[in-house]
Design a protein around this ligand. Structure first.
Ligand code: GRF
Length: 202
């Protein structure tokens, strides 16, 4: 299976997926890592691993449609079976999302449906919740609302700040995302009536 990973910045989730794919010998290859920002730190890691990288600079496009069209063209050069959004900080057009329906995953740092959107750790602290976490979901046109594949939970502890909470969640993301992507590439995910089924859960 061909995986294309999209990033905008640090790329630590991309790195976790690449490391797991290589270490665990998945039936998959990381065909490309693509960023919408030329300064994304994660590009260096991918290059060091010999993974093809590309930049489609969102700033250079005058409309969302034009950017998404250019991005789609770059992604499809790599004939992806799966597109993995890993800290890709863009709102996507409905046409783009539809093109990758059932084959595009995202990781979001909250227990969806709680706290969609930005600043999820601040939202969690302000909401006074006792439990927080991360969600991997299929991408649909409504932001942060697609069918949930897997979630990881962490406690919110007294004295937590956005930074301490974010770090606790991120450590779980780095296990959760490789787990979910592996399910996909091993054909162990299916969607029935909008619900995700995991085959042979372990
Ligand atoms: C992660 O918290 C991810 O859940 C969110 O953005 C952050 C990206 O971090 N969508 P990184 O670029 O993977 O290090």
């Amino acid at each position: 299976k061909n995986i294309v990973i999209l990033i905008s910045g640090r790329g630590s989730n991309m790195e976790a997926v690449v490391r797991a794919a290589q270490a665990e010998g998945w039936p998959a290859r990381i065909a490309a890592v693509i960023s919408n920002r030329p300064d994304a730190a994660g590009l260096a890691f991918a290059q060091a691993r010999g993974i093809p990288t590309a930049v489609v600079p969102s700033k250079s496009f005058s409309s969302r449609e034009a950017f998404d069209a250019a991005l789609q063209q770059e992604i499809d050069r790599h004939a992806p079976d799966l597109v993995v959004l890993a800290g890709f900080m863009r709102i996507l057009t409905a046409g783009f999302v539809e093109h990758y329906a059932g084959r595009m995953l995202n990781i979001h740092p909250s227990l969806l449906p709680a706290f969609p959107g930005l600043a999820t750790h601040r939202q969690a602290l302000e909401g006074g919740v006792l439990e927080h976490g991360a969600t991997v979901h299929f991408v649909t046109a409504e932001l942060d609302h697609g069918p949930v594949v897997a979630q990881a939970r962490v406690p919110v502890l007294p004295g937590d700040t956005e930074d301490t909470l974010a770090a606790r969640v991120l450590a779980e993301e780095h296990k959760l995302y490789p787990y979910a992507v592996r399910l996909f590439v091993e054909d162990r995910l299916s969607i029935e009536h909008g619900d995700v089924r995991v085959l042979d859960p372990q």
